[in-house]
Design a protein around this ligand. Structure first.
Ligand SMILES: *[C@@H]1O[C@H](CO)[C@@H](O)[C@H](O)[C@H]1NC(C)=O
Ligand SMILES: *[C@@H]1O[C@H](CO)[C@@H](O)[C@H](O)[C@H]1NC(C)=O
Ligand SMILES: *[C@@H]1O[C@H](CO)[C@@H](O)[C@H](O)[C@H]1NC(C)=O
Length: 496
């Protein structure tokens, strides 16, 4: 049986050599991910300091929807060699994991540099490379040193200085082998811990104020870490990146330093101009607020965000906007401070204009109501097209996508979800010409799921959290994904 092979003009224009619609282009990076607090355990071993998630889950175990904490989790601190074999069985090209700041710098500052923490990540990185798997390192995935929360956490502008010094330690120690860096994973999620999200550390209740202050510091910290890499490490560590405009050959791309934004795509609930404007506001307040300063030529916050927060702040009688203002120097070092755009997507929400919500709050400033998100592969494809149109010139990596469920190794729904989303991804790349260069299934194994504790499962491997061994068992989705990662294509039937 010969299937018709379709080569897309869009893919050819990107420099992808003759890619059939159902195939991943040569050099496309397939992998999976995790984060430190969710999998490592060993929360106070070998000199590790306390993070805000350690603090919150210990002092307020009643927050969130289930029992448990990350004290042991999947015990990956002791089982990293086994984890690398799990990745190998998946045929993964790349593994995105995060570094726990307090394992390296227990107080968050340079007064104590914890060598056993550095050793752990050296061992993990070396084990990955010895098995042909590229490490992609997230520098910060939600677990701030508690010592830095005592001084206000991300609402304190000085945190940018602390982050840059931490980044320097990482580049110094690991940059000879790590070619892919993510400064921040899902900032829209963790800044909500400074707003009205009690279940996310540090549980600070300052909606519409704390979340904007944290956003502002995170953007400055990101920009400065990127400039540090540019200035001191990029040349020596071969961190070159070929942009899409350079006829990207993805196999040769080493894109170095980027950021990962979690974006629920937004569609108007009704197709009229008010609903379309509301959907755009929803995207700008949740994604654009981080992406516009970094990925546009002009930089700074999206105009609609600036205008609405300023106007509401004035109407509330405040002498200043709740959203801080960048200096021109800050605008300049933040804009263009990324080599790739990392995006996590799980759902699409349907949006209507609305004036409800507590005042002040980001929700009130946004002026929308979002219905329950749907697991829409079509929305995922539209989101990838939206990123490419809104922020042209950047390679895109889908850094997390998948399905949460209540558990079990015969996870046919997860297979179904991956099939639909990977089909949409290949259509975005090969038919629409969106420059996606990698895809990471989320996640490698069941792990500590934040406010859902261990109630929700997302892994390709099941973890028996009751067992002393934290025994990992492959799910049906592991066999399915490892076959796709090996063949690097989906059955053509999905495209007809
Ligand atoms: C950078 O590339 C050069 C030339 O290929 C090589 O000799 C050197 O070892 C590389 N350095 C690192 C840190 O990868
Ligand atoms: C929404 O309406 C606009 C303008 O009438 C139209 O161009 C667009 O195709 C419509 N979108 C959908 C999804 O129907
Ligand atoms: C520990 O887990 C591994 C796989 O995760 C398994 O091969 C091994 O048999 C387990 N050991 C015990 C004592 O359960």
């Amino acid at each position: 049986m010969w299937a018709a092979v379709v080569f897309s003009a869009a893919a050819l224009a990107l420099g992808y050599a003759q890619t059939a619609v159902n195939r991943f282009p040569d050099g496309f990076m397939l992998g999976t991910g995790s984060s430190a607090y969710q999998v490592e355990g060993a929360w106070n071993e070998d000199g590790k300091g306390e993070s805000i998630w350690d603090r919150m889950t210990h002092e307020n175990p009643e927050y969130g929807l289930g029992d448990g904490n990350g004290d042991v989790a999947c015990d990956s601190y002791h089982k990293y060699k086994e984890d690398v074999q799990l990745l190998k069985a998946l045929n993964a090209d790349v593994y995105r994991f995060s570094i726990s700041w307090t394992r390296i710098l227990p107080t968050g500052d340079l007064d104590v540099i914890n060598q056993p923490g550095i050793d752990y990540y050296n061992n993990l990185i070396n084990e990955l490379l010895a098995n042909g798997i590229q490490p992609m390192v997230t520098m910060y995935h939600w677990d701030l040193p508690q010592a830095l929360q005592y001084i206000g956490g991300w609402t304190n502008p000085l945190l940018a200085d602390y982050f840059v010094e931490y980044a320097r330690v990482l580049f110094e120690n690991f940059g000879d082998r790590v070619k892919w860096w993510v400064t921040f994973g899902e900032p829209a999620q963790f800044v909500s811990g400074y707003a009205d999200n009690r279940d996310y550390a540090p549980s600070q209740n300052a909606p519409g104020v704390g979340d904007y202050l944290a956003t502002h510091t995170v953007l400055r910290a990101h920009g400065r870490a990127y400039r540090l890499y540019d200035r001191q490490y990029r040349a020596a560590q071969n961190g070159t990146c070929r942009r899409v405009t350079d006829q990207l050959t993805v196999g040769a791309a080493v894109c170095s330093v980027g950021i990962v934004l979690d974006i629920q795509f937004a569609e108007p609930a009704v197709n009229d101009s008010e609903h379309r404007a509301a959907a755009d506001r929803e995207l700008q307040f949740n994604a654009g607020i981080f992406a516009h300063p970094i990925f546009t030529k002009e930089g700074d916050y999206p105009a609609v965000v600036r205008q609405r927060v300023d106007a509401n702040s004035a109407a509330e009688g405040r002498p200043r906007s709740r959203l801080p203002t960048f200096t021109q120097e800050e605008i300049d070092y933040v804009r263009g401070s990324a080599d790739f755009f990392g995006v996590n997507n799980f759902r699409t929400g349907y949006v209507s204009p609305s004036d409800i919500g507590i005042s002040p709050s980001k929700a009130k400033d946004t002026g929308v109501i979002v219905g329950t998100g749907e697991r829409s592969a079509e929305g995922f494809r539209k989101l990838l097209n939206w990123i490419a149109a809104e922020y042209p010139g950047y390679p895109i990596i889908v850094t997390a996508n998948g399905l949460p469920d209540s558990g079990g190794v015969n996870d046919q729904n997860r297979i179904y979800t991956y099939t639909r989303f990977l089909t949409a991804l290949l259509q975005a790349v090969n038919t629409d010409g969106v420059p996606v260069v990698g895809y990471h299934a989320w996640s490698l194994m069941d792990s500590f799921e934040w406010n859902y504790r261990f109630e929700v499962k997302r892994g390709l491997y099941e973890v028996d959290f009751e067992s002393a061994n934290k025994t990992r068992t492959p799910k049906a989705s592991l066999a399915f994904m490892s076959q796709i990662y090996k063949s690097r294509e989906l059955p053509l039937e999905h495209f007809q």
